[in-house]
Design a protein around this ligand. Sequence first.
Ligand code: GLA
Length: 629
Amino acid sequence: MKKLLRSAALCLSALLTLTSTPLSAVQAAGQAGKDIYVTGFEDGDVSKFSKRGDDDTSVIKASTSDPHSGDYCMEVTERDQGWNGPSIALKDLCEPGVLYIASAWVKAKWYNSCKLSMQYTDSEGVQHYNNLSKATSQGEWVKIPEIRFCLFDSMKDVSLYIECDDKADLCVDDFKLTEAPFFEIQKDIPSLKDVFADCFKLGGAVTASEIAAKSTQALVLKHYNSLTLGNELKPENMLRQKASQELYEETGDNTAAVVKLNDAARYILDFCRKYKIPVRGHVLVWYSQTPYWFFTEDFTDNGAIVGKETMLKRMENYIKDVFGVLDEEYPDVDFYAWDVVNEAFLDGGTPREPGKYEDYNGSSAWVKIFGDNSFIPPAFEYARKYARKTTKLYYNDFNEYMKVDAMLKLGKELHEKGWLDGLGLQSHLDVTNNSTSDPFPSVQQYAAALDKFCESGLDIQITELDATYAHSVSNGDSLQAKYYKGIMDAIVKNKDKISAVIFWGTTDDQSWRGDRTPLLFDGEYKAKSCFDAIVEGRDYTTGPSTQTTTTTSSSSSSVDEPELKKGDADCNGKVQIADAVLLARYIAEDDVVVTAQGKANAELSGDTSLTSDDLIKLLEFLAGSNKTL
Ligand code: GLA
């Protein structure tokens, strides 16, 4: 029977190759993106661009003096502030959920950093300004590199604008705003969360703008069963300065800052709620991405810094309120883990320098107030007091292989007190340290540190995994694949001690280290060699995760599967010969993946296992001799 099925599978596969375009070709072509607004200002028209409000002194006009291409460029003179410059409203040009690409050529009169930035208003009426992409001009034309972005529903009055650090005159040419090609994700590859279902949760970090893109949503749903909000739950996004000042004025009590979720956080959390994806909360107490006003007496940017007592109360209120707003708005989202404190140690395990982050990036206002790392235990004590019973609490750090002793000492002490569950190992790795082919850390170094962490009895999570490589190294792609395989093997070896493995991102182009392509998927959403390397050899034919997650109230933990579609074994929404091929190969015990949903779809004979009866029914349907399934 096995032999018969195998030859049926081979015939079907031959038929498939003859009658359809290879999947890879379809994917490579994508669906070409269209031009939204592309101009070299050749008709002398600069009217789509305007200065940024009445206080902006810019004078914007078309100019024929030294354009980047053609006869014209757009010239901006009389700028009085760095933020002055030409702005283009996206209202009638862009819609939410679509991925766009923007770029421009710029020239500043003298040495300057020129930026393509975005401005928008959120539903609380707060203005946001994001630098998207930049280039340094020393009086010559430079290209501001292409940047992808996606809008989400609640963003209002969105515009793109070009600014530079000071008052320098600016010229802009060859401005391009196009729709990115639509990239189908690969449906014929195994799902990472299924591959590692018997080991740990497998997830990623995303920002709202990333996940607003439909392709990213599809990628996340296929591969991840845990999400981390890349920025949206960090103090700088949760804290409200004006409201905190007003509250202080009203009550005379400066121990509570006002905490609220913003639209971007809600956008991701709504997605997690809809698809029942468990969330890793990140992060409560951190020296970075925490506004300095949170540490001052009157919540002003330059006020006097508070003492320990006030800060302890403020910290307690902050932690209580973050958990509080999430409990109120998202009681049905499973926050299975939270990073309570992030990056408190320098390499070697000493505390950070005391200071204002803005003055020296790396210094910590927490250390400035507490004198050392003694703010960490109370942070965990409060977190334990206010967190849900189902939320596990972690200390999270980078270069963890250089801080093993310090992290273990801290972790054990806090675990004994019952305040900490585990350690988060960020794992931002580099395959080609300093453009050599020596990785840092080496797989052996990483594995040795990981073994030590795992021997501690603390729960371990890999929280921000990515592994860069320098593109100047010729075989970087294969070195990266080999390296990832080594790292994943070390992780899987300790699977009983590791409860989650989280990548910091989805696709290379959206990564914070995008120029060194550190992730498993490229900018076209295609699995790279490193994806194949970590999946290869693993038994992933057993279907999706059987892992159960602790959930609160009414939530259930499994990701929504598409609706049952009889015959659709590969879950691509269609019933085709490819489904029969897949089913035949599955029955023949070939090395193929059929997800649990695919198995449910392919079950046609009324029993509970997939057999030749199901295949025959499917073939009869495809041949037209049977009209229903
Ligand atoms: C650190 C932080 C993350 C993130 C990355 C860079 O690792 O823990 O929150 O900011 O840096 O994106």
